[in-house]
Write a protein that binds this ligand. Structure first.
Ligand SMILES: [Zn+2]
Length: 365
């Protein structure tokens, strides 16, 4: 029986992730992404025939990781559909939602399909998924090979690679990003800095990095809570030695004053500069530090940057073009579909992947 891959959402734009795999009369939904911002439209799940009892209902939902653009629409999908994710990701499910465990590494059979899972190097408990269908279907979720915290596991071969390409054809190494940030943090003028960050990932990467650079830094209580949680984790979910490094960090207390620490780097949630300690400081006119966003920039952050109130310097948490090429080679993929980015640069994608580059929302294998 033929296998069909249907990219319902996430092709040709940075959009919620939703990929439907039709196999042997079964339908597996890979990710159920929600809108990046509450006011953005998100209706990919309409028209799927999800009313209970309909023949075309989805047989299983698999969630790669707990970011809103991969998990945020679970709340709109019927509870009777079995859902699979890791224990770390399950914490972000709607209250009371039942779930089945995916292995953090290893194999599981779901609806007659053998699925291999591995760490994706992007978030706590986040996975890539490999489906043993039609020569192998690999879905990366979001991934990175440059994380200071999380490992990226090598997947088995796959004919078809569905890859996170959130940065498009961007190809700057993290070492260059760090150098640009370092110059901004340690310029000739003594100036403190606020870095709005997501607490489970970039906050702690930046903490490790600031410590290594011998820059004074402080962690807000929310980020501090995540650091304590990482110290309790099974060590194999983190890169070797990370828990030891985290346990040896020496932050400046959050309540310290800039008058005593004129170059203090504050790492604070929320990453978008709305709410949390970062939102409070941005609104606080007595705070004189520079604000630097390092990730996805929603409207509020873009407005801050446009008005000169903030800067933006990328800290890689998604793959570079060379990562995508290396991964496609390692998979021996004959077809590569870049996801979660604009396809305006079609020629560059063709140049990068040649005949392997595919830009189709539905594929029969
Ligand atoms: Zn993500």
């Amino acid at each position: 029986m033929s296998i069909k891959v249907e990219i319902i959402s996430g092709l040709g734009e940075k959009a919620p992730a939703a990929i439907l795999i039709h196999a042997h009369g079964r339908r597996l939904l890979l990710d159920a992404g929600g809108p990046m911002q509450p006011d953005e439209p998100c209706d990919w799940y309409l028209g799927l025939g999800l009313a209970q009892g309909q023949d075309q209902s989805i047989d299983a939902i698999l969630i790669s990781h707990d970011h809103v653009d991969h998990i945020g629409s679970v709340r709109w999908l019927p509870d009777y559909i079995p859902l699979y994710c890791t224990a770390q990701v399950a914490r972000s499910l709607p209250s009371g939602r039942l779930w089945h465990p995916l292995p953090t590494r290893g194999e599981i059979e779901i609806e007659g399909v053998r699925i291999t899972c591995g760490q994706a190097g992007h978030s706590l408990g986040g996975l890539w998924l490999h489906l043993d269908l039609a020569g192998g279907i690999f879905y990366s979720g979001d991934f990175s090979t440059e994380s200071l915290l999380y490992p990226f596991d090598q997947p088995p071969p796959a004919d078809l690679a569905l890859l996170d390409a959130s940065y498009g054809t961007y190809d700057t190494d993290q070492t260059e990003c760090r150098q640009a940030l370092l110059e901004r943090l340690t310029g000739p003028t003594l100036i403190p800095t606020l870095l709005p960050v997501p607490p489970s990932g970039r906050a702690l990467e930046l903490a490790l990095w600031c410590q290594a650079q011998q820059i004074e830094w402080a962690l807000d209580p929310v980020c501090e809570g995540f650091m304590q949680a990482l110290l309790q984790l099974s060590p194999d979910l983190l890169l070797p030695g990370v828990q030891t490094q985290l346990s040896q960090l020496t932050p400046i207390p959050w309540h310290a004053r800039e008058s005593d620490h004129p170059r203090l780097i504050r790492l604070a949630a929320n990453a978008n500069g709305i709410g949390g300690e970062s939102g409070r400081l941005i609104e606080d006119e007595s705070y004189t530090g520079q604000v630097i966003y390092t990730g996805y920039t929603p409207a509020k952050a873009r407005a801050d940057i446009a008005a000169g109130r903030a800067k933006w310097l990328r800290w890689n948490v998604h793959p570079r073009l060379s990562d995508l090429q290396n991964l496609a080679d390692d998979l021996s993929a004959s077809q590569v579909i870049p996801l979660f980015c604009s396809m305006q640069q079609t020629e560059r994608w063709k140049k990068a992947f040649g005949e392997r580059f595919i830009y189709e929302s539905a594929l029969h294998l």
